[in-house]
Design a protein around this ligand. Structure first.
Ligand SMILES: *Cc1c(COP(=O)(O)O)cnc(C)c1O
Length: 379
């Protein structure tokens, strides 16, 4: 069996070592004679799985002690409703920055629960070729006084733009308006100062685990203000008080996330850089991979990138072929040589190479070699 290089945006590639370990222990988990997915989430055998996963995530991100790590369900799209249901806290308006398709989904859902002000946007209807090719600068924000929170999408998985900076919400609003961030597609790809955020959330199926698990990291003082109609399973107070086990959690997805966390903790030693933190090691590797791919794109007239260089995503590299008729042949020929999942999102077309933590540098190099050969034969 040869494993393909999987460039899918999500569900996405998982470290091969993690899959091998999961396969090895699938039928008999730690001598129980049962699969981890068959055992009770409330039993003594399972408790260390969820506890260690939460503790390891805290270690990896340096989560301060006044934050809760919650494991939930429903993905980032459910969280688009769960966030306003918990975070409006009786206030009139929530602020959102619009950087693309995932921001728009968050905004549209939030409007069902309260007033939303879009305080900055990189949408440009007048110049479609410039639409969502950048992240608005904080100087462009028009903050609402006393907004309940301000929401950004840290990495636009479809458009391929990413914040390379953390907004200074204290400067923009004072201390009562927390920063809420959808980190679905770049959590754990770089160091992050969690204390700058009120709430971080995302679906696990990009850079953490398999589908079915939502991670939420929330500052404690923001818990306990849910709207009376918020479902109990989505009330951060209820989830926190029940240690993420108000209902049956996605036990296998949490187990798999735990294996990924151990894999991440071991990365600095594995790459011969025990001096680095795991997140610094991942950032180093991710910067290298992205730089290789963007350099190849920039060197070519055959492939076109639109996003402004300083806001380019390290995780989702989007580009088009100058001759769009060659897009599908490119995707098919790549798949035929084991480079899978390169078709761009149906809303924007083109090509998207998702190069999350689990994508080895060898996969990026194989893609670049394929791109050169495709250009040579079709250019
Ligand atoms: C994938 C993705 C989502 C949607 O996540 P689901 O888990 O499918 O709800 C939302 N936001 C971003 C940034 C994403 O990448």
């Amino acid at each position: 069996m040869t494993r393909a290089f999987n460039f899918s945006p999500g569900p996405a590639t998982i470290p091969e070592a993690v899959l091998r370990q999961a396969a090895d222990e699938l039928l008999d988990w730690r001598g129980t004679g049962m699969s981890v997915m068959e055992i009770s989430h409330r039993g003594a055998d399972y408790a260390p799985v969820i506890e260690e996963a939460q503790a390891d995530l805290r270690t990896l991100l340096g989560v301060p002690s006044n934050y809760k790590v919650l494991f939930m369900q429903g993905g980032a799209l459910a969280e688009n409703a769960i966030v306003p249901l918990n975070m409006m806290r009786g206030k009139a308006v929530a602020d959102y920055v619009d950087t693309g398709i995932w921001s728009v989904k968050s905004i549209t859902e939030a409007r069902r629960y309260g007033a939303v002000n879009v305080i900055a946007s990189s949408k440009d209807d007048q110049h479609p070729e410039l639409n969502y090719t950048r992240v608005p600068k904080q100087a462009e924000w028009q903050p609402t006084r006393d907004a309940a929170y301000v929401h950004i999408c840290g990495n636009e998985t479809i458009g391929g733009i990413e914040y390379q900076w953390v907004p200074d919400v204290v400067a923009a609003y004072g201390t009562d308006t927390p920063l809420v961030t959808d980190m679905s597609s770049h959590i754990l790809s770089r160091p992050v100062d969690v204390s700058k955020f009120g709430l971080i959330y995302g679906g696990a199926q990009k850079n953490v685990s398999m589908a079915g698990l939502t991670f939420v990291i929330v500052r404690e003082d923001l818990i306990g203000h849910a709207h009376p109609l918020c479902p109990s399973a989505f009330d951060y107070r209820v989830v926190a008080d029940n240690d993420s086990m108000f209902n049956t959690p996605p036990t296998y997805a949490i187990y798999l996330a735990g294996l990924v966390f151990k894999w991440l903790l071991a990365r600095p030693a594995a790459i011969g850089r025990p001096d680095l933190t795991p997140m610094a090691a991942m950032e180093l590797l991710n910067v290298e991979k992205a730089a290789l791919l963007y350099a190849a794109l920039d060197a070519s007239q055959f492939y076109v990138t639109r996003n402004v260089p300083e806001d380019r995503s390290r995780m989702n590299v989007t580009f088009t072929l100058r001759d769009d008729a060659l897009t599908m042949p490119f995707v098919q020929a790549a798949a035929a040589v084991g480079l899978k999942g390169l078709k761009g999102h149906r809303a924007v077309g083109g090509i998207r190479a998702s190069i999350y933590n689990a994508m080895p540098r060898a996969g990026v190099e194989a893609l670049i070699a394929f791109m050169r050969e495709f250009e040579r034969t079709h250019g």
